[in-house]
Design a protein around this ligand. Structure first.
Ligand code: NAD
Ligand code: UD2
Length: 313
C-alpha cells in the first residue's frame, strides 16, 4: 500500500516509516521539521519527503493524493506550549487534522489513523483507565486531541472514511528528543546517566506512569492502517497495562546504563497527574481477532535497547 505519514520525521513517525518500509509499503512523509529531523529518516530504503505544514490545506491535498492510507501524527505536542499558546495548538492540532481528514476523503484513502493521547482523561483516577472513562481534558493540547477524535468519528459516520483513533500513553524508545526540559523522562534520564550527570526526581518519585515501547506502538499503527475495518470503536488505548513509579524507572535505567548517579528531589510539577495506568483490553480483542496478539515488550528490555541507542549516538 501507499502510506502518507504526517509528522513522519519525528520520534514515533520515523519508527512508523521504518516499519512500513520493511513491510514493503511505499511511504511519503509530510513534515514541517519543527521538532522532527530529516536524519530520523536516514534508512536504507528511502521515503518521499515533503516539507510542508498541516495548517496548509493545499499541502495536505498534494500529499494525500494517490495515498491508500494516512497515518496522522503531526502535532504541536507540548502541553506546556499549549497552555501558553492555545491558538497555535488549535491551528496545528484541530485545523491541521481537519485539513488532513478532508484531503484524505477527497483522495479516497482507505484508512486514516489518528494519534490521540491519554491526556484526554485528565486527572481521572478510575484506574486502570478504560476508553469509557470520563474525559477531563485539562489543557488546550488535550482539548485539541479530543476534537481530533470527534472529527475522526464524524468522518467515519458521515463520509465512510475508515478512521482509527488511538490514545497513546507514555511512549519511549530511540530517537525521542532529549534536548528539552519537557522531553520524556526516559530520554532525559538516559542522556544524563550516560553523561554521568545527576537526575532530578519531581515530587517523591512515587508517581506512576504507563510506559509503552515505541516498537510495540508502531506495530499497532501499521496494522490499523491495513485493517481499518476492524477498528470500529471510537478510540483505543495504547499502553502497556503496567504501572511504574519514577523511582523504579530510574533504578531500571541506572542498571541498563551500568551507572549510578546522584539523585535530587524537587517539588512536584504543578498540575501534573499523580498516577496513570491504561487498559488495552479493547485493543487486545481486535489484535487477537486479527491474529496479531498484543504483547507489550517488558519495560526493562525496552529500556536496555533505548539506552543502547542513546549510547551509540
Ligand atoms: P515529535 O515531536 O517527535 O513528532 C511530531 C512531528 O510532527 C515532528 O516531526 C514535527 O516536525 C511534526 N510537525 C509538528 N507540527 C507540524 C505541522 N504544523 N505540520 C507538519 N508537521 C508538523 O513527537 P512524537 O512523540 O513522535 O508525537 C507523535 C504524535 O503522537 C503526536 O500527535 C503526539 O501528540 C502523539 N502522542 C505522543 C506521545 C508520546 O509519549 N510521545 C503520547 C501521546 C500522544
Ligand atoms: C506526558 C506527556 C505530555 C502529556 C501528558 C498527559 C511526554 C514527554 N509528555 O507527560 O505531553 O501528554 O503525558 O498526561 O510524553 N520526571 C522526573 N524528572 C524529570 C522528568 C520527569 O521526575 O527530569 C517525572 C515527571 O514529574 C512525571 C514523570 O517523570 O511524573 C513522567 O514525565 P514525562 O514528562 O515523561 O511525562 P508526563 O506523563 O508527565
Amino acid at each position: 500500500m501507499r502510506f502518507l505519514i504526517t509528522g513522519g520525521a519525528g520520534f514515533i513517525g520515523s519508527h512508523t516509516a521504518e516499519l512500513l518500509l520493511s513491510q514493503g509499503h511505499t511511504v511519503t512523509v509530510l513534515d514541517n521539521l519543527s521538532t522532527g529531523k530529516k536524519e530520523n529518516l536516514a534508512f536504507d530504503k528511502k521515503v518521499e519527503f515533503i516539507e510542508g505544514d498541516v495548517k496548509d490545506k493545499a499541502a495536505c491535498e498534494r500529499a494525500a493524493k494517490g495515498q491508500d492510507g494516512v497515518i496522522h501524527l503531526a502535532a504541536q505536542v507540548s502541553v506546556i506550549h499549549s497552555l501558553e499558546n492555545p491558538a497555535h495548538t488549535h491551528q496545528v492540532n484541530i485545523d491541521g487534522t481537519l485539513n488532513l481528514l478532508e484531503a484524505s476523503r477527497k483522495a479516497g484513502a482507505k484508512s486514516f489513523v489518528f494519534a490521540s493521547s491519554c491526556a484526554v482523561y485528565g486527572d481521572n483516577n478510575q484506574l486502570p483507565l478504560m476508553e469509557t472513562a470520563t474525559l477531563k481534558p485539562l489543557s488546550p493540547y488535550a482539548v485539541s486531541k479530543l476534537a481530533g477524535e470527534n472529527y475522526c468519528g464524524m468522518y467515519r459516520q458521515s463520509h465512510g472514511l475508515k478512521t482509527c483513533v488511538f490514545r497513546f500513553f507514555n511512549i519511549f524508545g530511540s530517537r525521542q528528543d532529549d534536548t528539552s526540559p519537557y522531553s520524556g523522562v526516559i530520554a532525559i534520564f538516559a542522556k544524563r546517566l550516560l553523561a554521568s550527570q545527576g537526575v532530578t526526581l519531581f515530587g517523591d518519585g512515587n508517581q506512576t506512569r504507563d510506559f509503552l515501547y515505541v516498537k510495540d506502538l508502531v506495530k499497532v499503527l501499521t496494522l490499523a492502517g491495513s485493517h481499518p475495518e476492524s477498528f470500529t470503536g471510537p478510540a483505543y488505548n495504547l499502553c502497556s497495562g503496567k504501572q511504574t513509579t519514577v523511582n523504579q524507572l530510574f533504578a531500571h535505567l541506572s542498571k541498563a546504563a551500568g551507572k549510578s548517579v546522584s539523585t535530587q528531589f524537587a517539588p512536584a510539577r504543578t498540575g501534573e497527574i499523580l498516577h496513570s495506568l491504561g487498559s488495552y483490553q479493547l485493543y487486545g480483542k481486535v489484535a487477537d481477532s486479527l491474529g496479531a496478539p498484543f504483547q507489550p515488550t517488558p519495560l526493562e528490555e525496552g529500556l536496555r535497547e533505548t539506552v543502547r541507542w542513546y549510547a551509540s549516538r
